[in-house]
Design a protein around this ligand. Structure first.
Ligand SMILES: NC(=O)c1ccc[n+]([C@@H]2O[C@H](COP(=O)([O-])OP(=O)(O)OC[C@H]3O[C@@H](n4cnc5c(N)ncnc54)[C@H](O)[C@@H]3O)[C@@H](O)[C@H]2O)c1
Length: 317
């Protein structure tokens, strides 16, 4: 198949690109390299450095004629979406609509969309949250992810453009950018390996931090492989269903690298950031049933692979 991957120079989608290429698909990437890196991009993929809001996107799609678009390009910072809402709207809404308009005109069959199970349920009414849990967004990022899902529903209903929405929990793994505001796993690893004191963000009523559902990037990639042929016009939570507090996560990471740094560093407790929900946990039964998908990686295993990646990067070990 011909697949266009937006955001393919970034953390998650660069792994998806690798998997699609290995499965024998032809892959073009659209990425403006605002946070993505050329070093993440397989030489077997064709990279077009372009903003997803550009009018030229239509001509690009016309020349490639992809069967499927896998859409991961986005403004990904929850706090930034609150301090700078227009940038979030520009990339995450205008970019999506630009992509859908071009997709319809160019006969694209399906869009696979990276939504956020960690954000759109807000403080969820259901715990763990199923896909039926009402969306109660607590950030502009979350509002725009939910609105993107509604746009996809409209384009499917009105123009017959198929979609599969994957609502990710907190994704972690190799290539996640520790300088961004998302990705506490890579942030902790980078800080510990470079001798900085990590910050643990917490609400005053619980200094051990917030509850999150951490899913390894290779499991997320597998969901994107399944979505090529399954999950038509539907939405799926992609997580683990296992609740982990930030302190617990920190302890796991610290125990895996403490022998490298020969000490155990106590993190500084910092206030929660704007838009941080207290607990987020996904029910993944639907993906198991209809996508035939289930996470294969435990936290310890995923952290180990991520630590190895950053050790190579920071220490050349
Ligand atoms: N990382 C997570 O835990 C998580 C959780 C839920 C959903 N998501 C979603 O998954 C997707 C990928 O996230 P990620 O963590 O890999 O982030 P990332 O920042 O590594 O990847 C995003 C990519 O999009 C590109 N990009 C940004 N704006 C663009 C624009 N206007 N035009 C073209 N390219 C642009 C960036 O250069 C980058 O390569 C995003 O849609 C994000 O909202 C991520």
């Amino acid at each position: 198949m011909k697949i266009l991957v937006t955001g393919g120079a970034g953390f998650i989608a660069s792994h998806i690109v690798d998997a699609y290429l290995s499965a024998g698909h032809e892959v073009w990437i659209v990425d403006d390299l605002s946070s993505g890196k050329i070093g993440n991009v397989s030489p077997r993929a064709v990279l077009h450095q372009m903003d997803i809001t550009a009018v030229e996107l239509y001509e690009l799609l016309l020349s490639f004629k992809p069967d499927i678009i896998n859409h991961h390009a986005a403004q990904i910072s929850v706090p930034r979406s609150i301090t700078d809402p227009f940038t979030d709207v520009q990339t995450n809404i205008r970019g999506l609509v630009n992509l859908c308009e071009a997709a319809v005109k160019c006969g694209v069959k399906k869009i696979i969309f990276a939504s956020s199970g960690g954000a759109i349920y807000g403080e969820p009414e259901e715990y763990p949250a199923t896909e039926r849990c009402p969306s109660k967004p607590l950030s502009i990022y979350a509002i725009n992810k939910k609105a993107s899902e509604d746009y996809l529903y409209f384009y499917s209903h009105y123009y017959g453009l198929d979609y599969t929405i994957l609502r990710y929990a907190n994704v972690y793994g190799p290539r996640q950018d520790p300088s961004g505001e998302a990705g506490v796993v890579s942030v902790f690893i980078e800080q510990l390996l470079t001798g900085k004191t990590p910050n643990l963000n917490a609400y005053p009523d619980d200094p051990d931090g917030m509850i999150r559902d951490y899913v390894f990037v290779r499991d997320v990639v597998n969901a994107n492989l399944k979505a090529l042929s399954k999950g038509s016009r539907d939405v799926f939570n992609i997580g683990t269903g296992i609740p982990i507090k930030t302190r617990e996560l920190y302890t796991e990471i610290n125990s895996q690298i403490s022998h490298e740094i020969e000490s155990v560093i106590e993190p500084s407790i910092m206030p929660a950031r704007p838009g941080d929900v207290k607990r987020s946990l996904l029910n993944i039964d639907k993906a198991r049933h209809f996508l035939d998908w289930y996470p294969q990686y435990g936290l310890g295993e995923g952290i180990r692979e991520t630590v190895e990646f950053f050790k190579d990067k920071y220490t050349g070990a």
